[in-house]
Design a protein around this ligand. Structure first.
Ligand code: S3P
Length: 430
């Protein structure tokens, strides 16, 4: 990484951005493949796993619980663990998925644990996971609604649970506890969120069925299953956006689970030209190659129903709107305020720092697009998605600039800047 001044990453603007990209493995699927296989019977090989900071936190926590995990590059061998260690403190780092899924996992396995994390994770809401788990009889206590979260063994009894927030993390925690509860457990979500847990549980032999937004599980023993992790659409999105802004990109073997492809809804409305090639199914998940070409974009409207399928891409979508002709309005995205940073505030400040116009609303953004943005020196707010959105904005800007705290992108995308720089023939730099 080229460092500038006090650890800032310098980004040069590019006239044209073109290339073929093999992105790292999906973060959500990697977390689940590690945790569920560690709690299953048998041994599983996980290939093309994401070895970013968040998934390493899951690995470390599972090891601290006694799971045996061999790591060879992006291939993991996870051995099912007959007896977990109890009375342990588990460091979830920056990872909300690790902490929330582990709350359900530990409750289900009768493990006594303290779950803690870094400053950002300690500021995120945890009552949303403790409350539904308590309805199953679990003993899960937060610290004023936040981490540390304390889980103690308690008998679990199935229940019908209606979630008040659309959160795949909370849904997954309930399902992980539910498969160990007596009777049946159902979870009803206000909007459909990513369903990787449901798919993996089904592949591992769990008694599970989903109808609409309601998923029901019975007591189940899981059998280890090999997982070939597709590339993460949330990571690919940055390179797709660069294709739309600056040339042509092909992202290969991208996970296209329909609960994750909201970026295409945004592309359709913005007028971005893209196509999906080589559609196939691998390990129970749809995948394909995504080709995106430079496109004139116009302002869009996105509302609450559009949000869950593009929740992690919204800062990037807001950035694309800053380059689109006319006004865009994004609403119903209040959940962004409780991510690794308050992404409504940080994405708005980022776009303003790049020279764009983005007005923060209570639950989203109003963006007035410009043909081009000057660029500038910006902050990552130590949020990986903001750092990578900043990089896209600077590559597409007139003068480029620098990103403070850019290294945080390793949380979900180690090697992001290497890939960004890989196709930088000198003649093409502005
Ligand atoms: C995730 C779910 C989403 C997403 C996060 C990963 C998951 O969070 O923002 O990056 O793996 O379940 P919520 O479910 O809390 O919206």
């Amino acid at each position: 990484m080229i460092l500038n001044g006090a650890g800032a990453k310098k980004i040069r603007p590019r006239e044209v951005f073109e290339g073929e990209f093999e992105l790292p493995g999906d973060k959500s699927i990697t977390h689940r493949a590690i945790m569920l296989n560690a709690g299953a019977e048998g041994t599983a090989t996980i290939t093309h796993a994401l070895m970013g900071g968040d998934c390493l936190s899951t690995c470390q926590c599972m090891r601290a619980l006694g799971a045996e995990i061999d790591i060879d590059g992006t291939t993991l061998c996870v051995h099912g663990t007959p007896r977990f260690r109890t009375g342990v403190a588990l460091n979830c780092g920056n990872s909300g998925t690790t902490m929330r899924l582990l709350a359900g996992f530990c409750a289900g396995k009768g493990i006594e644990a303290k779950l803690f994390g870094d400053e950002s994770l300690s500021a995120r809401p945890m009552a949303r996971v403790a409350s539904p788990l308590s309805l199953l009889g679990a003993d899960v206590r937060t610290t004023d609604g936040h981490a540390p979260v304390y889980v103690s063994p308690a008998p679990l009894k199935g229940a019908e649970i209606e979630l008040s927030v659309a959160s795949a993390q909370v849904k997954s925690a309930v399902l992980l506890a539910g498969i160990s509860a007596s009777g049946r457990t159902a979870v009803v979500e206000p909007q459909k969120t990513r369903d990787h847990t449901e798919r993996l549980l089904a592949a591992m032999g769990a008694d599970i069925r989903t109808e609409g937004n309601r998923t029901e599980v019975g007591r189940s023993r899981l059998k280890a299953v090999d997982v070939c992790v597709p590339s993460d659409i949330s990571s690919a999105a940055y390179f797709m956006a660069l294709g739309a802004l600056k040339g042509k990109t092909l992202c290969k073997n991208v996970g296209l689970n329909p609960t994750r492809t909201g970026i295409f809804t945004a592309f359709d409305r913005l007028g971005v030209r893209y196509s999906v090639l080589n559609r196939r199914v691998s390990g129970g998940e749809e995948t394909g190659d995504v080709l995106v070409e430079k496109s004139p974009m116009h302002g869009i409207v996105l509302t609450a129903e559009d949000v869950p399928a593009m929740i992690d891409e919204l800062p990037l979508v807001a950035l694309l709107c800053a380059f689109a002709e006319g006004e865009s309005r994004i609403s119903g995205a209040r959940e962004l305020r409780v991510k690794e940073s308050d992404r409504i505030r940080t994405a708005s400040e980022l776009i303003a720092a790049l020279g764009g116009i983005c007005i923060e609303t209570e639950d989203g953004f109003v963006i007035r697009g410009k043909k081009s943005l000057p660029g500038g020196d910006v902050d990552s707010y130590l949020d990986h998605r903001i750092a990578m959105t900043a990089a896209v904005g600077l590559v597409a800007s007139e003068r480029g600039g620098s990103i403070r705290g850019a290294e945080c992108c390793a949380i979900s995308f180690p090697g992001f800047f290497r890939m960004l720089d890989a196709d930088a023939p000198r003649g093409r730099e502005a």
